[in-house]
Design a protein around this ligand. Structure first.
Ligand code: C2E
Ligand code: CA
Ligand code: CA
Ligand code: CA
Length: 277
């Protein structure tokens, strides 16, 4: 029995060792991929649930690894955040988003916005505002066209700095969206202290809307809260007609999810924009 236990430890250590090797390899490949502009940005439409018009897009980063295939951003973003590569990626994202908005403007007068996910290190970096302002100027955009999405987790990492930057972003006219709303420990207290422009109801609440579960007191409460505070509300992860209908009945204004569209390549997004959606 004793040697059995030892073997188990051996197996465990081997697995751990392999995981470490895998992560180091991914980290190396990622740095190279970012430097060579091999990561792509996709755009997922955000819809007005009543009119079904597109009001904006969320930018989501995609990495197609040459041998390992598509790797999820939930996996590679935290790895990129361990190195300076994340800064380069953020720069590419912001500049690409600016260029995208300018290009769309040649085909439409609709003032679409693009919201970008902000990494933790970025939200305490006061250069963020200058960088966004520079892109707005370079591509002749309206201030409201770039929205930053933050999670409660990010705000918690460095409370004082995050709060300071939050207010500077507001002063600069840049809109801020609270992502994954309802999943954190103190979402309500954040709302009370920081004037967000947009709330995104976390997908887990929307997933709960099923035929067998038509009562949704939490979503009702969030809708009422957003209305009272005059904050735009976006439901994430809308996948079924029933979810759309239910959210619409509850007076949730906006939604995003596979029911409308998956995140699209730049080319496919341009087609949508040209078609006047
Ligand atoms: P998130 O910000 O909560 O983004 C929403 C995620 O839900 C995206 O996953 C999106 O593809 C997915 N999604 C959208 N509609 C549906 C739906 O109807 N059903 C389901 N099941 N999923 C849906 P994705 O693209 O894999 O991104 C995962 C996370 O990675 C994001 O979560 C975000 O936290 C992070 N991320 C993605 N791109 C970036 C980036 O450029 N920078 C940073 N810092 N984080 C990023
Ligand atoms: Ca997001
Ligand atoms: Ca989210
Ligand atoms: Ca998330």
């Amino acid at each position: 029995a004793k040697s059995q236990g030892k073997n188990n430890i051996q197996v465990y250590e081997n697995t751990l060792h392999q995981a470490l090797i895998y992560e180091r390899q991914i980290q190396k490949d990622l740095v190279v991929a970012i430097k060579n502009h091999q990561l792509k940005f996709h755009y997922q439409p955000i819809i007005d649930l009543k009119s079904k018009n597109i009001i904006g897009f969320e930018a989501l980063t995609r990495w197609h690894h040459p041998t390992k295939g598509l790797i999820s951003p939930s996996e590679f973003i935290p790895i990129a955040e361990q190195t300076d590569a994340i800064k380069l990626l953020d720069e590419q994202l912001l500049d690409t988003v600016g260029a995208q908005l300018q290009q769309w403007h040649q085909y439409t007068d609709k003032p679409y916005y693009i919201s970008i996910n902000i990494s933790a290190h970025r939200f305490v970096d006061s250069k963020l505002i200058d960088d966004i302002n520079q892109v707005i100027e370079k591509y002749h955009l309206e201030k409201g066209q770039i929205v930053v999405e933050v999670t409660e987790h990010i705000l918690m990492e460095n409370k004082a700095k995050a709060r300071h930057l939050f207010h500077r972003l507001k002063l600069a006219g840049i809109r801020i969206s609270l992502d994954d709303f309802g999943t954190g420990y103190s979402s309500l207290s954040y709302l009370h202290q920081l004037p967000f422009d947009i709330l995104k109801i976390d997908r887990s609440f929307v997933t709960n809307i099923t035929e067998h579960n038509q009562e949704n007191p939490i979503i009702n409460m969030i809708v009422a809260l957003a209305n009272t505070m005059k904050i735009d509300l976006v439901a994430e992860g809308v996948e079924t007609p029933l979810q759309l209908e239910t959210l619409s009945k509850m007076q949730c204004q906006f939604g995003q999810g596979y029911h409308f569209s998956k995140p699209l390549s730049a080319e496919d997004t341009l087609k949508l924009v040209k078609n006047g959606h």
